[in-house]
Ligand binder design. Structure first.
Ligand SMILES: [Zn+2]
Length: 388
């Protein structure tokens, strides 16, 4: 048993005052307002949210999940935990299938033990079934196509792979989508080069999420005498789709975030860090390697003006901003505390279909963040234990 007293709890619709949160065996078993309850931790009337959930991150504190080693996992997960993120999807970059398989093995090995940092709750495969045009920072030579290249290795690992980003206009992408969805995997559209209606068959077959909306995504194009929408516009208006945004005010600015949220609705938007190994590291012009540190000809990138850019400065490679700061950015835009936190808690939990995460509610996992008045992290509790 571990009980927090005197909490102001951030829920989906309201902030509940003077709450006690009772946990047992890592699960929230009761939330009450009983006065004078003796607990283990007095929150002193601080705001408390569910632990944050980042469904798109590659690394942090010098580590990239693709390094396939414990130290890199620890570093990345420590970066997140320090920023209040208690659950993450470890995300791959486009790489040879052999390297992705290696990563999946190292993920299994790492998660067979316990971590004191953020919990990896699954894998997000970002590629390699992506378009050449919008590959972003991903390497072209490793791109695959669903009609030519076997994706059996994804189905074989469907117990740990939660989400897969594909380019939905690729030949037979709709069949791949169907196969993945039937195996419980959430299929996301992104890094694509489609034009309406090329991506519709994949959506009809269950593609349900937009990977970093507006970044490396197809857009309005003139074709056959008509101005046709790309996935970025279409995706905003189809209610079957949820969307993630890298709201670091670089990849997505405040005005764009407001437009996306207005169209999608606050309940369908998740903030994601898409953080790279340079997150939380010195910003001194040094070059970092995208993906595995052992990949001799990996793309190189650097940190410039608060964002990761390819070494030649031509495009963004990812962010260095944890999602807690993105939640603060949303509040600065005028969203309520409850709405801003939804995008980093209950919404991503829904995307990865985890009813037991992302809410401060009975029967949920006792992952909690305690904040000061400026939303700095005071304490993080993971499965009912103080971890920071
Ligand atoms: Zn990414």
């Amino acid at each position: 048993m571990f009980t927090l007293t005197n909490c102001r709890v951030i829920k989906e619709e309201e902030i509940s005052q003077s709450c006690n949160i009772v946990t047992d065996n890592g699960i929230i078993v009761d939330i009450n307002t009983e006065k004078g309850l003796k607990g283990d931790f007095d929150a002193q009337n601080s705001l408390v949210s569910a632990g944050l959930i980042d469904i798109h991150t590659h690394g942090g504190f010098g580590g990239d999940f693709m390094d396939c080693e414990k130290q890199s996992f620890d570093n990345a997960l420590k970066f997140h935990l320090q920023n209040g993120t208690t659950s993450v999807l470890a995300t791959t970059v486009t790489a040879p299938v052999k390297s992705i398989k290696n990563f999946l093995q190292s993920y299994r090995l790492y998660t067979s033990g316990k971590t004191e940092y953020a919990e990896p709750v699954g894998v997000h495969l970002e590629g390699p079934y992506l378009s050449v045009k919008n590959k972003g920072a991903q390497k072209e030579e490793y791109l695959l196509s669903p009609d030519k290249d076997d994706y059996g290795f994804i189905l074989e690992n469907s117990d740990i792979i939660k989400t897969v980003t594909i380019s939905p206009e690729l030949p037979k992408a709709e069949i791949m989508t169907k196969d993945l969805v039937e195996n419980g995997i959430v299929v996301c559209g992104g890094h694509d080069d489609g034009i309406f209606p090329e991506f519709i068959p994949a959506i009809e077959n269950g593609l349900s999420h937009l990977t970093h909306a507006y970044c490396a995504m197809s857009e309005v194009r003139f074709k056959d005498g008509k101005r046709n929408v790309g996935l970025r516009e279409y995706g905003l208006c189809d209610d079957r789709l949820t969307a993630e945004i890298i709201f670091d005010k670089k990849h997505i600015t405040s005005e764009l975030a407001k437009m996306i949220i207005k169209l999608k609705g606050i309940d369908k938007v998740c903030v994601v860090s898409d953080s790279l190994r340079c997150a939380g590291m010195p910003n001194d012009g040094r070059l970092y390697r995208l993906g595995s540190k052992d990949d001799a000809d990996a793309q190189l990138f650097k940190v410039s003006d608060g964002v990761a850019v390819l070494a030649d400065g031509t495009r963004y490679a990812g962010s260095i901003t944890p999602i807690r700061e993105m939640v603060l950015n949303l509040m600065q835009c005028g969203y309520s505390v409850c709405d801003a936190f939804k995008t980093a808690t209950v919404n991503p939990a829904k995307v990865i279909r985890r009813k037991d995460l992302g809410r401060v509610a009975k029967n949920c996992i006792a992952d909690l963040c305690v904040y000061d008045d400026k939303f700095n992290i005071k304490t993080v509790i993971k499965k009912g234990n103080i971890v920071k």
